[in-house]
Every structure is written in C-alpha cells, then in structure tokens.
Design a protein around this ligand. Structure first.
Ligand code: LUZ
Ligand code: MOS
Length: 783
C-alpha cells in the first residue's frame, strides 16, 4: 500500500469549499484586539514636510498612531540589501509607501482616522519608465553578465541577423487573501505573529530586528495562505511589523488586513522588462549567436530584484542551445512599489524574448516555427551545455517536442490554420508550440535547505511540522503522503501541523517550486531516524531463541499499519501497539530531519556554475483565433505535455499545471497594469484588472505527462511542478503573434506582453499600414 502516486484530495479541500478553512481574518477576535491601518503616501516621489496627526488622534476609538520614529530598532530591512524602510522617514518613493500606522478599537475608527491624517509632501518628478531611469542613472545593484564564446564575431559572420526591443509588462499576484497578520504580545514584550506569509522566518527576523528583540523572542505562525504566488515571499513583512509594533507598544493583540485596492496599489508585482536583442542565424533558422540586454524595472527598493534578474539571465536561452551568447542585465530604480517574486521569478521575462525572436526567424524564413524551435532545442548528448556551463542530464525535451507534435496533430492543424487564414476575412488563426526548461533550486545556494519535525504518538498517529507553508499548492498533502509511506500507515494517521518558527527555524521561503523537494526530503530524514530506532527495538521483539532467529533491524518492515520481520511471516505487530510498547521501553519516537540540496553552486562574478539540481521541462501547443476588427483573442485549444518525474499526487499536480498555465496565459494576454502620469495604479481592482476567468480558459485543454520512472534525483522520483507550467502560457502569446503575422505575410509584427485586445488591434493596424505604404515587401496577401 502506497499513498504516494495517488490523487489524494488536498488536506484542506473540504475546508476550502465549505469555508471552514481559516485564513487570518477568520480568526475570532481576541480580547482587547486592535485593528491596524497603514497610511500610505499619495505621491510617488517627494520629501515629507510635515505629518499632521492631531485630527486623526481625536477620532474616538483611536488608540495609537505611530511613525518611523516609534520603531525601536533599525527601520530598514530587505531580503538582499537592507535598504527598504518599514515606514517612510524623510522621503517617499512610491504611491502607497507606508508612512503612518494607526491602531483603533474598530475598523471604522481606524478608517476614519486614516482619512484625517495629513501628510504634506513636496512633490518631485517621479521616475516611471525604464528610459527615464536610464536617463537618470537610477539603478539597483551592479550590471551583470553571462557570456560564452564570441557573440560579437558570431553575429558579424551569421548569414542572417535580426534585432529589436521587447517589452513585457508587470503582473499582479492577485492572491485572494490580501496581506494580513495578527500579532499578540507575550509577557515581557515578546510577540507572536500569525501571518499570511510564504516566509515565516523572514517575518520573525524582521519583526525581531525592527522591534529591537532577539529572534528567540518572536514566533511567526502560518496555518495557510489564501494564495501567494510570490507576493508573500517578502512583502508580508511591512504589515507584520506594523501589527507587531502596535502589539508591543499597546500590550494588546493587533490585526491588520489590507483591503484589495490598497494591496494592489501598494505591493510589488512581477517586474516589467524592456530588452534589446540581436540574433544571428543561418538559412535553416539555427541560432548562431545571441545578445540580450535585459532592463528590469525594479521599483523603489531592491527587494528580490537581483535574484529575479539572475533567474532571467539563467533562462534567457530557455530550451535552446546557443553557442555564442552574451546576456547583459541591469535593474532600474523607479518610483513604483518594489517589484518582487511572482511565480516564474524572472524566468518568463527571459524566455519571452527568445521565443519572440524564434517566431520572428520563422516568419523571416517562411518556415513553420516548430521546425525552427526543434532545430535549436538542447540535445541529449551534444549541444547540451547551458551558457553558464551546467550540463543537462537526461534531457527529454526532444522527445517531448516530437511526442507532442504527434499527439496534438500539429502538422494537420498548421495546414488547417493556413487554409482558414486564406479564406476568412474576419478572423485569423495562429498556432505555436513552445517549450519550457525551468531550473529547480534557489539560485542563492544557501536557501536550498529544509528541516522537519516528526512526532510519533503512542496510539500510532503522527504529527509532522516543516518549514513549508501551505498556499493552496498542496505541499502539506504531498508531505503527508510521503510520511505515511515511510511508516507504512494510512494517510489519516498522519497530520500536518501549522507552520511555526518555534518548531522549524531558519527556514527558506516556500518558493522556487522546491518546497516539497526540500521539506519532503527533510521529513523523510526525520522518519528514517525514528524508524531506525524502532527497528532496533523491533529486532529485539522479533528475536526468537527457540527457532534460532537473531534480532536483525535490517529485516524489519513498516507496511500496511504493521511492523514485521520479513523472515517471520505472521509475526507482525500493529503499528499502534508497537508505538506504545516502544514508549514504555523508552525508545525516542520523535526526530528532526535536515536536508540540503547537494552540488548546487553558482558564481555570480564569472557567470558559471551549476545553479540547479535539475530541470523541469515541457511543451505546449496553443491554437488561437484573433478577431481582425476588435483584436479579441480566443484560445481554441491547448495541448500540454510535461516531464514532472514520478508524481507524488497526480491530482494536485494537475491542478498546479492547469492553474500555472492559465496564470501564465493571463500574464501574456490580459493582465495589464495601467498607471496615470503621477504613478498611481489605475487598474487596482477586479473590475479593471483582467485576470482569466472561466470563459477565457482554452476551449479544449489536453494535459498529459511523459513517463519518467528513471528520475531518481529528487524526493520519491518526483519533480517540481509549481512554476514551470506558467511559462508554457507563452505558447498562447506566440500563437497570437503567429496569427497576426498572417495579415501581412513575410512581415514581422511587433507585439508586447500582454497582448491585450487593444495591443493585438494596434499590432494588426501597424502591420496593415506598413504594408499599404510599402506593398513591395509583402510576399503574398492572403485576402
Ligand atoms: N525565490 C528566491 C525564488 O529567493 N530565489 C529563487 O531562485 C527563486 N526562484 C523561483 C521562485 N522564487
Ligand atoms: Mo516564488 S516566485 O515566491 O516561488
């Protein structure tokens, strides 16, 4: 009996559906609890001249109003550079930057007081575009490079070249549960923070530092999040500190829950990029040389921008071997909220540029872009070294390409698309297959660690605590399955406990798709220690002088709820009886396991190393229809094929793949962040920010996985699945570009991310205008 490999429902599935699963704001208010509001800057950039708090203080029910001066420890924090103020001091750098903390007896009172706070700011011209930031020399961190071969020479000698600027916008994480924390004071000024965070350890650390406490005086607890998608990897910190500050200063519990509009306006998002590229290629479409200059819009403070940028660079070639390549990258400081982690973490921005370029090569050569992509795909025995020197092991990408080409009927459908486009005057169809190769591991090597605590009780039940945080992705269910298998128990005997820094400390954020990998492996290590002790004890029980069987821990098995000796069938003891016996015999039934990913290292200075433990790969084919008159885009069909090793939970993995793909699709086609000229976000609610809904998902959606029983590298032969499918959403964008290209054959359309209806219409119009002005270049007008 194995639990691993079965589509066991998410351990909170019932609670999610019935509403019984508690999120932060569902916690019953504690006695004396205060409600906390932040007052954010209304100005994107300026100097604070005066803060008027008197009228706000007079609002009945207001208990405390605090500013940067009330923070006892250092006011600055940051996951990489400690440069971001918790509360603004003399200057403000983005709309919504928190300046004042209000604590009141009720939400109403807090809201009323918030409206009465007057922050007088001398406005300066904000830096809102990358071009602006370049002009002002406004950047974050050093510029970076990865280089192999002689790209300049290879570009010069290539038979064909193309170049351009590629623009991709940001993306709001759009978790359903906003940033939220409840802090309550312990005696003697210590504090416990319940927080919707991917990163309880960071919350603990920053709360401790800013309050002038030791880390041992702060506990951070996270039962679950209502979504995170990267948005809670670092940015749960400011609300947590605000609540903790109030708790410690007033001696009362304090709750903060951002409303949706504030959350969308004030917190960081996926980084917008502006990238120039130069590509050299031959007559067949083989890329011989590539040069990329990635310009990332970092927002006002560093946050995770340098790590995000690094992942962009490490995915600039996506699934393709490029012999001579140069990847330059830099982050620009602007007056937006600090941009941060978002599922994919810079990967999508890197891959989009090469996928765009390959589509352009295909258009220029009049080839099907699948042939161009397949030709450039990483090989299995040669052409299999990345620009940073990591060798791909067991590369299944060529096989995935070929299998999906067959199972999706790619060739017949490509012919049908061409035929359709020759006949239709109102619509254009497009088809594209794009791959993903996503590196699994934090590129910051030290983060690749996890620890787990396993307690076996005398009734044979088990509690497991790890540093993993549950954000709906099902990490708890997967670890529950893994642990149940270790002890040979049914899943109901194993319970996952809420995440707390008290039980699991010095943890990494639940991020980088690696949470099950790291914490599942740590849990196995803990189980193995307990099993080892149990086996020693069992061997003594199973020893039999009469039949001459000596005690042998090696022959003890844990299966089907029993402990047995393989040499003596019928001599088994129920697990629950055995645990009781073991306790009486003073056998230690608890353990803490630790796991550190072996062999990962990357040298930022040289741009060389093995940053990733392995890669998760896959391909998707998307077929779309574009309305020539409105730019409306319909995704007719998607076929998706991935290698995610041996699945721990096929049901949960399927949910991750579908959800990730659709979220990626939203990024490339619909989700547009619109700001006014003062840097205020205009699309800050579900009515103005368009995420995919049920009518936008592919009309036909076929999801499949290749068999990969050989994968032994990772926990239970599985592979990480959280982020990689998001990048397959690019297939929809490429299919849209493919569709547009039919409106003027041989001419390359320009298309940004996101390809909203408006963007598609503008691209079509520009192409038609160019064709009308210069018809000679048009090979053949299909209409
Ligand atoms: N977070 C991080 C991540 O700190 N480092 C990473 O490499 C990463 N990759 C993906 C998602 N989150
Ligand atoms: Mo992340 S983008 O917090 O894995």
């Amino acid at each position: 009996m194995s639990n691993v490999g079965k589509p066991i429902p998410h351990d909170s599935a019932r609670g999610h559906v019935t509403g019984q699963a508690d999120y932060i704001d569902d916690f019953t208010p504690m006695k004396g609890e205060l409600f906390v509001e932040l007052v954010g800057s209304r100005i994107a950039r300026g100097e604070i001249k005066q803060i008027q708090l008197e009228s706000a203080r007079r609002v009945p029910g207001v208990v405390a109003i605090l500013t940067a001066e009330d923070i006892p420890g250092p006011n600055h924090f940051g996951p990489i550079f400690a440069e971001e103020p918790v509360l603004a001091e003399a200057t403000v750098h983005y709309v919504g930057q928190p300046v004042v903390v209000i604590a009141a007896e009720s939400r109403d009172a807090a809201a009323r007081a918030r409206n009465l706070v007057e922050i007088e700011i001398e406005t300066k011209t904000p830096i809102l575009t990358i071009d602006d930031a370049v002009a002002h020399d406004s950047f974050i961190g050093p510029s970076r490079q990865i280089r192999r071969g002689e790209p300049d020479r290879a570009l010069r000698t290539s038979p064909h070249r193309l170049s351009g600027t590629f623009i991709s916008g940001g993306q709001e994480q759009f978790y359903l549960e906003s940033q939220a924390s409840i802090a309550y004071p312990d005696e003697e000024g210590r504090v416990v923070v319940h927080c919707s965070t991917q990163n309880p350890t960071e919350t603990q650390q920053v709360v401790a530092e800013t309050l002038g406490l030791g880390q041992h005086e702060v506990v951070c607890v996270c039962r679950r999040m209502g979504g995170a998608f990267g948005g809670k990897e670092t940015q749960a910190v400011i609300p947590s500190v605000a609540a903790a500050l109030v708790a410690v200063q007033t001696g009362r519990p304090a709750r903060i829950v951002l409303n949706k509009d504030d959350d969308m306006c004030w917190t960081g998002k996926r980084h917008p990029y502006q990238t120039t590229y130069q590509i050299g290629y031959d007559d067949q479409g083989r890329v011989l040389a590539a040069k990329f200059d990635f310009h990332s819009n970092g927002g006002a403070f560093a946050d995770l921008s340098t790590s995000v940028l690094e992942r962009t660079m490490l995915h600039a070639e996506n699934a393709y071997y490029i012999q001579d390549i140069e990847i330059n990258a830099r982050i620009f400081r602007t007056n937006f909220p600090p941009n941060t982690a978002f599922r994919g973490f810079g990967g999508p921005q890197g891959m989009a540029v090469i996928e765009n370029a390959l589509e352009e090569i295909a258009i220029e050569l009049g080839e099907d872009s699948l042939d161009v992509r397949r030709l450039n795909c990483y090989g299995t025995t040669d052409r299999n070294v990345t620009p940073y020197g990591q060798v791909l092991r067991g590369n299944r990408l060529p096989e995935i390409f070929d299998q999906l080409e067959r199972t999706s009927d790619y060739r017949q459908r490509a012919a049908a698309v061409a035929q359709f486009n020759g006949a239709s005057r109102t619509h254009l169809k497009g088809l594209a297959m794009t791959p993903v190769k996503f590196g699994i591991s934090f590129t910051t090597a030290f983060l690749n660690q996890g620890n787990a605590l396993v307690n076996v009780y005398t009734d044979g039940t088990v509690q497991v605590s790890t540093g993993a945080t549950e954000m709906g992705q099902g990490v708890n269910t997967k670890i529950q399955q893994i642990v149940a298998d270790e002890f040979g128990l049914e899943i109901g005997h194993v319970r996952m406990m809420e995440t707390s820094t008290e039980k699991n400390h010095n943890t990494s954020p639940s991020a980088a798709s690696a949470t099950t990998d790291l914490n599942g492996a740590a849990a196995i290590r803990a189980c193995r220690q307990i099993k080892e002790r149990m086996a020693q004890f069992a061997a003594r029980q199973f020893a039999d002088d009469e039949s001459g069987i000596a005690g042998d821990p090696q022959s003890v098995r844990f299966a089907d709820g029993f402990i047995s000796d393989v040499r003596q069938p019928g001599q088994s003891i129920a697990f629950s009886d055995f645990t009781n016996m073991a306790r009486r015999a003073r056998v230690d039934l608890g353990a803490r396991g630790f796991y550190a990913t072996p062999g990962v290292d990357f040298n930022r200075e040289t741009g060389r190393g093995n940053p990733f433990f392995y890669f998760t790969t896959g391909c998707a084919v998307a077929e779309v229809t574009v309305d020539r008159f409105t730019g409306d885009l319909v995704v007719d069909r998607v076929d998706l094929l991935m290698d995610i090793g041996r699945q721990i939970n096929p049901g949960i993995d399927r949910g991750q793949v579908i959800g990730g793909f659709v979220q990626g699709m939203g990024y490339v086609t619909a989700e547009e962040l619109k700001y006014d000229e003062s840097g205020q976000l205009l699309s800050h609610s579900p009515t103005t920010y368009k995420i995919p809904n049920v009518t936008d998902i592919p009309r036909a959606f076929n999801v499949d996985f290749i068999e990969n029983h050989e994968n032994a590298r990772n926990v239970r032969g599985s592979k990480a699945v959280g982020e990689p499918p998001l990048m397959l959403g690019l297939s929809v964008w490429v299919a849209a570009k493919n569709a547009i290209s039919y409106s003027a054959q041989g001419r390359v359309p320009t298309l940004r991310i996101p390809a909203t209806n408006e963007e598609i219409l503008m691209s079509l119009t520009a192409l038609e205008k160019a064709t009308a002005e210069d018809p000679a270049e048009t090979v053949q007008d299909p209409i």
